[in-house]
Ligand binder design. Structure first.
Ligand code: ATP
Ligand code: MG
Length: 359
């Protein structure tokens, strides 16, 4: 029977700061769920691609890193960023050097107030904030186009050009509509800034409304990004699925994570919906050097993203069981400090493993 087990190969890239702590915890939990279910197996291969590697060798990744990653079914990523490396170097050196060439154009960020935790919003109980933010992950404001001239002079000029392609907008719109359609409320809010930005943002509005013709059962509404921040805080229950550009969704999803209780619980999935390339799963939070090495990082964001990874691999029941265990542990009050508890990373991990084994 062992031979018929499905085997998934996972590349793990823990990288910097608390990345290795939360990825290690997630691997423990993933192995527990695989053992409990007994129907599939996970094989992990660890890569030491990190800011330490960059400081030693001048590069975050070795030559041929994309071919290496293409051999895996999925990628589990920690966090990148170090105090002594400029953020734009580390981000482009590792994370974007994977996401963009592997065409992980859909970045999905689920946000929910988990049972047993509290939102900082008084008007928001578990169930009243349940969003999924779809972030365009391949172009837009982070396309990397632009440049500087006359550097250092008063007449220095810097340009940061947003690139929006009709194809790129259409594919993320289609993805967002499908996701909205799969959720009970069938509601999609698209966010732009088409009053002030009259090229790319107006094209976004046009393309979204074109794609909407194919999804008559999805209720669609439009927000300007500035007004959207207000609505998220004042009327969280009025939102469900949200789609926005690379920059806007980056900002909105940090806000969403904070409103749901902590950046330490927020997961993200970088998906290639064509499935030609492996997708990458990571917590939203960064390397958090202020708490690195103390063993107190909240592993829930990485558990949640690990659950999404299982779902993407086709193991929906295992994914749901893993999240149910995480939620039960929160209800039991085994929480890290960012959620108002006093448990450390290992205690939360052990509690989740115990729940998985019980149920
Ligand atoms: P990046 O630039 O990579 O997004 P950042 O500078 O925005 O990083 P983070 O590393 O995300 O910062 O951390 C922001 C704050 O949230 C820090 O004070 C950190 O301690 C806290 N934090 C982040 N992740 C966690 C976690 N998993 N558990 C507990 N606290 C966290
Ligand atoms: Mg950040």
């Amino acid at each position: 029977q062992a031979q018929t087990k499905q085997v998934y190969s996972i590349a793990s890239i823990p990288a910097d700061g608390i990345g290795p702590e939360v990825v290690e915890a997630a691997i423990v939990v993933l192995k527990a769920i695989a053992k409990k279910r007994g129907t599939f197996q996970l094989e992990f291969t660890n890569f030491d691609w990190s800011s330490d590697r960059y400081k030693k060798t001048g590069s975050y990744v070795p030559k041929g890193h994309l071919d290496t990653l293409r051999q895996f079914d999925a990628i589990l990523f920690g966090a990148v960023g170090a105090p002594d490396v400029p953020d734009h170097i580390s981000l482009w050196g590792l994370r974007l050097a994977i996401c963009q060439p592997l065409q992980q154009y859909a970045n999905v960020r689920r946000t929910r107030v988990l049972p047993g935790t509290n939102s900082p919003l008084a008007n928001c109980k578990p169930g009243q904030l349940d969003w999924v933010i779809v972030r365009e992950n391949s172009e837009g404001e982070y396309a990397g186009h632009g440049g500087r001239s006359h550097t250092g002079y008063d007449h220095e000029v810097a340009t940061e050009i947003s690139i929006f392609t009709r194809t790129g907008v259409r594919r993320i719109a289609r993805f967002a509509f499908q996701l909205a359609q799969s959720r009970p409320r069938r509601k999609l809010t698209y966010v732009t800034k088409s009053n002030a930005q009259r090229n790319g943002m107006v094209m976004w509005d046009e393309v979204i409304n074109e794609v909407a013709q194919d999804f008559p059962d999805v209720e669609l509404d439009h927000m300007l990004v500035d007004a959207m921040t207000v609505r998220m805080v004042l009327h969280p229950e009025s939102l469900d699925t949200i789609v926005a550009t690379n920059l806007h969704a980056d900002i909105l999803s940090d806000l969403a994570a904070a409103l749901a209780g902590s950046i330490g619980i927020a997961p993200t999935a970088n998906l290639d919906p064509s499935r030609k390339n492996p997708s990458m799963f990571e917590p939203i939070h960064g390397s958090a050097f202020d708490i690195t090495g103390k063993g107190i990082a909240n592993p829930v964001a990485t558990f949640w993203t690990a659950s999404e990874m299982l779902e993407w691999l086709g193991e929906k029941e295992a994914a749901d069981q893993l999240m149910a265990a995480v939620e039960a542990v929160c209800v039991d009050g085994v929480k890290t400090r960012d959620l108002g508890g006093s448990a450390n990373t290992k205690e939360v991990t052990d509690a989740v493993v115990a729940k998985i084994m019980q149920c």
